[in-house]
Design a protein around this ligand. Structure first.
Ligand code: GLY
Length: 405
């Protein structure tokens, strides 16, 4: 029965997609997110471990985390986006409250590279929407803290400054996810921080471009470098199926990261690279455009999807559609992003009454057996970010403007 149901749903999606004019009702989808976020707010414990991270498959209860967890910035970021989409002040109040829980991270010794995910998604969005000067100081301090992990002999930021399996500590490791945290450095360098932050971000992106990709532009998850000579020792996976497989979320970080690097630098090499890492991802997707967790898992189609990768890519494609110089590609990127968001907004992927997250069917760390086919907060973050970007484009606005009421 499930097979027939899935075939039926796929046929409906294909029917919708064959109409080039199918438009997602972004206002309705954003209103849905607000309803779900409101439900989550009512479930939050009065505790210091109170930031929602994930809901395992078939459950309703969030697993809550403290501010040091790498996912701590997504929930405040979600609240800032819901505030931007609805202009309801209660979401602003909550976004401010949850962002402030993360303040100590900006000044304590860096535990890993995730400071952008943590402090830019929270305070960065908060500053964009409110211009609160306190937020700006926290973001600038966070950028300086992230810069302490830069190794000039290698040219990249050390992602995990501690022993992690297969990373040959104390050698230098860099993971593709780290591309996203460069946005914090670019922003800080343009808003009162040191020019060195910009140079670090560019060095990281260029070194990663050289060492982190196979000839077909698919990404390795992790590269280990000799910390003294800067020589590449090996390229391996941590969360993917195999060392040489295309882990869906890893590739999504590359797509988003290089589009952002082009936006920040206007270096055409980054735009060209963003298009290459995107095109290899787009050519092998299932009909509903939501990837399997790893493109090379031999058990496909009987493996979980990763809705979080789809959210990251949808958001990145909307940006890339406005950056590319190739008009035909711009149309493809915009249309594919809309199709991804139509799929994510269907009953197949939205959580609705099943739980209070926005989305189902994300995969966090399959080799570890954790967060498999689950609701995960970063999927919700990139989904609503993409919805807001699409709504702005539908209104003829730049994706970089704030949505006014
Ligand atoms: N480590 C970030 C991720 O799971 O994508």
């Amino acid at each position: 029965m499930t097979v027939f149901r899935n075939l039926f749903l796929t046929a409906i999606l294909l029917f919708i997609f064959s109409d080039g004019n199918a438009q997602l009702n972004t206002s309705k989808a954003i209103a849905y997110c607000a309803v779900q976020a409101d439900k989550t707010l009512k479930l939050i414990p009065a505790d210091s471990i109170n930031i929602p991270r994930n809901i395992e498959q078939g459950q309703k209860q969030w697993r809550f985390i403290g501010y040091k967890d790498w996912c701590s910035g997504f929930w405040p970021g979600v609240l800032w986006y819901v505030y931007e989409g609805t202009h309801q002040l209660k979401f602003k109040t909550e976004a401010d409250k949850f962002s402030r829980e993360l303040t100590p991270l900006s000044m304590m010794k860096a535990f890993d590279h995730d400071l952008g995910f943590q402090l830019f998604n929270s305070f960065g969005n908060g500053y964009r929407l409110t211009k609160n000067p306190e937020y700006k100081q926290i973001i600038l301090a966070a950028a300086d803290t992230l810069a302490t992990l830069f190794n000039p002999k290698v040219g990249t930021i050390l992602s995990w400054p501690r022993p992690v399996a297969n990373m040959e500590w104390p050698q230098h490791n860099t993971i593709i996810d780290n591309m996203i945290n460069l946005e914090l450095l670019f922003w800080a360098s343009k808003n009162g921080g040191s020019k060195r932050l910009y140079d670090i971000a560019v060095s990281h992106a260029k070194t990663t471009m050289k060492n982190h990709f196979r000839p077909d532009y698919t990404s390795y998850h992790a590269v280990v470098y000799d910390k003294e000579t800067g020589q590449k020792i090996k390229a391996v996976t941590h969360q993917g199926y195999a060392d040489d497989s295309m882990w869906a979320r890893g590739q999504s970080w590359a797509i988003y990261g290089y589009a952002m690097c082009y936006r920040e630098t206007k270096d055409p090499a980054f735009l060209d690279f963003a298009e290459k890492v995107t095109d290899v991802y787009l050519k092998d997707l299932p009909a509903d455009l939501i990837p399997y967790w790893d493109f090379n898992d031999p058990a496909i189609p009987n493996v979980p999807r990763d809705a979080s990768a789809a959210g990251v890519v949808a958001s990145a494609l909307l940006e890339l559609s406005t950056l590319t110089k190739n008009k035909a590609k711009a149309k493809v990127y915009r249309k594919k992003a809309e199709q991804m968001l139509i799929s994510l907004s269907s009953g197949q992927y939205q959580s609705r009454e099943k739980n209070s997250a926005f989305l189902l069917h994300s995969t966090g760390h399959k080799p570890n057996g954790s967060e498999i086919d689950a609701s995960i907060i970063y999927a919700d973050y990139y989904y609503i970010e993409a919805l807001l970007r699409l709504k702005k484009l539908q209104k003829g606005l730049s994706i970089y403007t704030n949505l006014s009421s």
